[in-house]
Write a protein that binds this ligand. Structure first.
Ligand code: CUA
Length: 310
């Protein structure tokens, strides 16, 4: 049975954190049980009784006892300090080279920029299994916090102060993450997923993501593509390969290849996209995409176009 993803680490960094937690918990539990048993025993054993008025005298000035109860806690604290320092070193190795991926936190989504390949996406991070990649973490507005519990430590994303984090996974899979620092009304819907792919899958994904946005030629997709420019979607969203390069909101070049909408608020499906376009404020109140008062025909055209953006 799985209680929480933190008990199922998939990287050496997350395993180091779990080990420190478990050892610390066991030490604390032994002390707690020992003290509780001793207190209960003393309550019964040394209780003043009418039939036995000769209560045992307290032991004062027992040097051996005093040395023991000073030394043992000091040794326990030194031990906990040592395993914590080791855990911190293992879970957060120094960033000794240029980052591979820039992650910029926004209210309330994640911009993901593969610095060496030009891939730009949002809310979904793909990594090759078994390879360590270095993230550079920034924020575009307020303090956020990057946390994928199965992969490693939490780390704050502070405006004007970039942080670094190594990320790796020992097995393939999809590992969820979230923002770990309250950052405004939609903090709870600031989720992301890290996909650890086989090297082949990662290569294919990266090749597909490098391509320019597909150009629509006919029918509803073409109408949607025209609306996309006319309705000022392009003031915030980029489509690579076109002149629309704004980076205010998620890059939509390969929008249809992603699994969720609005940083996890809905699965990415045509009906959900229609719901979102009709009124984003209904789906994710407070998000920075306004209600454009689109009619259902416009929404259908936009959905048809955006579903081609694989
Ligand atoms: Cu971003 Cu909480």
């Amino acid at each position: 049975m799985r209680f929480s993803p933190i008990f199922d680490p998939v990287s050496s960094q997350a395993t180091a954190i779990l080990r420190v937690s478990v050892v610390g918990f066991v030490v604390a539990a032994v002390i707690f049980v020992g003290v509780t048993v001793w207190v209960v025993y003393s309550l019964i054993r040394f209780r003043a009784r009418l039939e036995n008025p000769e209560v045992e005298k307290p032991a004062f000035g027992n040097l051996k006892l005093e040395i023991a109860w000073t030394l043992v806690p000091v040794l326990i604290v030194i031990f906990l300090f040592a395993i914590t320092a080791r855990g911190m070193r293992l879970s957060d190795p120094p960033a000794d080279r240029d980052p591979d991926i820039l992650v910029i936190a926004h209210q309330w989504w994640w911009e993901i920029d593969y610095l060496h390949t030009g891939v730009l996406t949002a809310n979904e991070l793909h990594i090759p299994v078994g390879r360590k990649l270095l993230l550079r973490l920034e924020s575009a507005d307020v303090i956020h916090d990057f946390w994928a519990p199965q992969l490693g430590r939490k780390i704050d994303m502070v405006p004007g102060h970039p942080n670094s984090l190594w990320i790796e996974a020992d097995r393939t899979g999809a590992f969820s993450g979230s923002c770990g620092e309250y950052c405004g009304t939609q903090h709870a819907w600031m989720r992301f997923t890290v996909f650890a792919d086989t090297p082949d899958d990662f290569g294919h994904w990266q090749e597909a993501q490098r391509l320019s946005a597909r150009v629509a030629r006919l029918g509803r997709p073409l109408a949607g593509q025209q609306l996309f420019t006319q309705l000022t979607c392009v003031n915030c969203h980029a489509l690579r390969g076109t002149q629309n390069v704004a980076r205010v909101a998620p890059d939509l070049t390969h929008f249809a290849s992603r699994t969720t909408l609005g940083a996890g608020v809905l699965p990415n499906s045509p009906p959900n996209l229609a719901r979102w376009l009709l009124n984003p404020q209904d789906v994710k109140p407070g998000c920075l995409m306004p209600n454009f008062q689109l009619n259902t025909g416009q929404v259908a055209d936009l959905v048809a176009y955006m579903e081609t953006l694989k």
